[in-house]
Design a protein around this ligand. Structure first.
Ligand code: SAM
Ligand code: SF4
Length: 323
């Protein structure tokens, strides 16, 4: 079992397979961003498979492919298949902005990806264009329809709640998700990178109470729901999660770490502590040394983020760690 220095059980890895993206969401990446990681620094599929096999031997159980936009990494379904086959890994999921989903959904499903999170902040074309700085709403909706027909076990819509997101924007998304059987999650903006700090924060606690009343929702528990707190419809058919790292932080139950495409294992989304695996992998180290580095790193996992006290702390953009 992988335990950190506070006795938290870490069994979940968010794996960023690229820091590149075809969108420029205002809260995530600067519009003219060019500072991508060099391809020679990307961990190869062989390196990733080896490293995750080591992690899985120690107790890693769940992996989420993320980015940047993970579907921009060439041959991603091949990597998905290799990771899904690793002994110990029993859950492989993907976070995507959905722009390439129509093209890749079938291969991803066959490769062993069972659950999808798709980011969608509005159902209004102009608002999506303003937030993502690209005109992609029809593409994303088409991708979601294809994904739905491919029989993924669970599809969640991740909607970042920005200052300026109205109850009506959220109500429209609730209706859309109810109709299609998607789980909706509302996320508070986090001050990760200058983009995250400038995005404008909306406290989701009052929003939750208004939605509870308007749609007759009740408190619910969703297995594997991670840090989200859920409301559900009385018949259980619709679920909406609230990810509130700012208004109600949940660090005491943190179960995850994040691996960047460059091989840096980030121990906390809100801190800079990390373990550099690329030099180890490329320096000819043994599996035992990789195990040692992971165990030693986990002992240094910070107790919590300090988004409130030290909001300028994290200079990297969310696209480099995958959210
Ligand atoms: N490109 C993929 C996507 O958009 O789903 C995967 C990577 S993206 C960085 C992962 C998640 O982080 C998305 O749901 C996105 O909305 C969220 N995110 C990005 N920047 C954020 C911020 N500053 N605060 C809160 N969530 C953020
Ligand atoms: Fe790209 Fe996802 Fe960041 Fe948007 S949130 S810019 S889609 S990585």
């Amino acid at each position: 079992m992988l335990l950190d220095g506070f006795g938290r059980h870490v069994d979940y890895l968010r794996l960023s397979v690229t820091d590149r993206c075809d969108l420029r969401c205002s809260y995530c990446m600067p519009e003219g961003f060019k500072g991508y990681e060099e391809p020679k620094h990307w961990l190869s599929f062989d390196e990733l498979e080896r490293l995750l096999a080591v992690f899985a031997r120690l107790g890693l159980r769940r992996v989420r492919l993320t980015g940047g936009e993970p579907l921009l990494r060439k041959n991603l379904p091949d990597l998905a298949q290799r990771l899904a086959a690793l002994p110990g890994i029993d859950d492989l999921s993907l976070s995507s902005n959905g722009t390439q989903l129509a093209k890749h959904a079938a291969r991803l499903r066959r490769a062993g990806v069972t659950r999808l999170n798709v980011s969608l902040d509005s159902l209004d074309c102009a608002r999506v264009r303003a937030i993502c700085r690209r005109d992609v709403l029809p593409q994303v909706l088409a991708g979601l329809e294809v994904a739905r027909s491919e029989g993924f076990r669970l599809i969640k819509i991740n909607m970042v709640a920005l200052a300026g997101t109205t109850d009506e924007d959220i109500a429209a998304m609730v209706a859309y998700c109810m109709e299609r059987g998607f789980v909706l999650r509302l996320i508070e903006t986090m001050p990760v990178g200058a983009t995250g700090r400038e995005a404008g924060f909306l406290d989701l606690c009052p929003v939750r109470e208004r939605l509870r009343e308007r749609f007759g929702l009740i408190d619910g528990v969703v297995p594997g729901g991670g840090p989200a707190r859920y409301l559900v419809s009385p018949d259980g058919g619709f679920q909406i999660g609230f990810i509130t790292p700012i208004s109600q932080h949940f660090c005491e139950t943190c179960n995850r770490v994040r691996l960047g495409v460059d091989g840096a294992l980030h121990l906390c989304l809100g801190q800079e502590d990390r373990v550099e695996f690329r030099p180890l992998l490329r320096g000819g180290c043994s599996d035992a040394e990789l195990e040692q580095a992971l165990l030693e790193g986990l002992r240094r996992k910070p107790a919590r983020h300090e988004f409130g006290e030290r909001p300028r702390q994290v200079v990297r953009f969310m696209s480099s760690t995958g959210g």
